[in-house]
Write a protein that binds this ligand. Structure first.
Ligand SMILES: *Cc1c(COP(=O)(O)O)cnc(C)c1O
Length: 441
């Protein structure tokens, strides 16, 4: 198999000989598949033979994407779903279903905060939120008998604060708890959580992985190392008809049937098959296309983001430029612990998202948003276009005030997602917009 990241981004998970020798992975727009014979139908349905029978469970185009993303993250297997929120929800519920608890920082993505704080409790899954996920003593003090996962984002959005994935993994494992990491912001090109001990990685593939703002998707990648058969996770050791053969009196649990694949199989067979948030073959195709250029795109976006951040530090009316990636080139003003984590875990940078505050009031923010010409006012990240947004009113609107404060989302904050345009044009665009906002010619 392949080994280098760039090689895997183009080739992993695809064997042309299995697909009429097509050079590019084909789009299998087929709801269901011919099972060919009674014997094969029986084997497919029993899970004794891997293959395709119905696209709500698995599809050949989506399968290539799953294999490629598992390879890029250094995982054992993956399940692709219809959006990042489906990936976050399924990954957390699969671990914590049936009365479990999750420990997570207040700085999570807005919809994740809303789900965990006010929606998952309706299903009996609660979350203890910490102010700072890198305060390992605070995290440890919250681990109890019903804790089923520690969940964090590798790089927080919009602050770009990085998470001590290595420290958290060691701590969680000492207590028999898995670490689940949302790795959307840096993408696997800049950071691979499994290498640092994470057990499960989720992405919104809508963002940098697709890279062109033209599709929604999500993925759950399983390292295949965590022991889900422990008594902390009764859902994996309970026998279930769906993985058994009750006619022959052979009973199985997900753990006894699938071993190291118990978690990812349960996620596919219970969550995707039941809630039905499947990735479409066409969207999987777009994500495979995006992945081919992931390394070159992320390299350029990260370089440009650092240049924009350095420039913004010199611009009048701009205060507090937040870009932890500055720790690599220009560490003055980056918190010392953050700088140390960035140098150790993110030697190639933290990606294309950054944020800054303007002095003044709401009117100044609105004027900047209305005056930009190259940046587009779009609530997304990881696009080939450069995007600008005011998080307090848009992306973090549903987030309670104390969570916004913990995430540093003040009313005067502007977030940028740096695209692939000429960086000089991006800097000139911000300069003219800020000058116009303050009535300076
Ligand atoms: C966008 C995003 C999500 C949600 O992804 P969707 O594809 O919009 O559902 C989850 N986590 C992070 C960090 C994100 O940026």
């Amino acid at each position: 198999m392949c080994s280098g990241f760039e090689t895997n981004a183009v080739h992993a998970g695809y064997a042309a000989g299995e697909h009429a020798h097509a050079g590019v992975p084909p789009i299998y727009m087929s709801a269901a598949f011919d099972m060919e014979s009674a014997a094969r139908g029986d084997a497919l349905s029993a899970g004794a033979e891997d293959g395709f029978s119905y696209s709500r469970v698995a599809n050949p185009t989506v399968d290539v994407l799953e294999r490629r993303l598992a390879a890029l993250e250094g995982g054992r297997s993956a399940v692709a779903v219809a959006s990042g929120m489906a990936a976050v929800s399924f990954a957390l519920l699969c671990a914590a279903e049936g009365g479990g608890g999750i420990i997570a920082p207040k700085t999570l993505y807005g919809a994740s905060v809303d789900a965990m704080a006010s929606f998952f409790p309706q299903f009996g899954v609660h979350t203890d939120f910490v102010e700072c996920i890198n305060d390992l003593a605070e995290v440890e003090s919250l681990i109890g008998p019903d804790t089923r996962a520690v969940f964090a984002e590798s790089v927080a959005n919009p602050s770009t604060e990085v998470t001590d994935v290595a420290g958290l993994a060691e701590l969680a494992h000492r207590h028999g708890v898995p670490l689940i990491i949302d790795n959307t912001v840096p993408t696997p090109y800049l950071f691979r959580p499994i290498r640092w001990g994470a057990d499960v990685v989720v992405h919104s593939t809508t963002k940098g992985i697709s890279g062109h703002g033209n599709t929604l998707g999500g993925v759950v990648v399983d390292a295949g190392r965590f022991d889900w058969a422990s008594p902390r996770f009764p859902q994996f050791t309970r026998t279930e008809t769906v993985v058994s053969d009750d006619r022959s009196g052979v009973w199985h649990s997900f753990a006894s049937r699938f071993g190291a694949d118990a978690y990812i199989r349960r996620l596919r067979i219970k969550y995707v098959r039941t809630f039905g948030a499947v990735e479409s073959p066409f969207n999987a195709y777009l994500q495979l296309l995006g992945l081919e250029t992931l390394p070159v795109r992320i390299r350029q976006q990260t370089r440009s983001a650092a240049a924009v951040a350095r420039h913004l530090r010199t611009v009048p009316h701009v205060r507090d430029v937040r870009y932890s990636g500055l720790a690599l080139a220009d560490p003055d003003g980056v918190d010392a612990h953050q700088a140390q984590l960035v140098r150790r875990l993110f030697p190639d940078g933290v990606g294309g998202v950054l944020s800054f505050e303007l002095d003044g009031d709401r009117a100044h923010i609105e004027r900047v948003l209305d005056a930009v010409r190259v940046f587009t006012y779009i609530p997304n990240i990881g696009d080939s276009r450069s995007l600008i947004v005011d998080p307090a009113r848009i992306t973090h609107r549903e987030v309670p005030a104390d969570f916004r404060a913990a995430a540093g989302v003040t009313d005067n904050l502007i977030r940028l997602s740096i695209g692939l345009e000429d960086v000089d044009d991006l800097i000139a665009d911000l300069d003219q917009a800020i000058q116009r906002a303050y009535g300076e010619p």
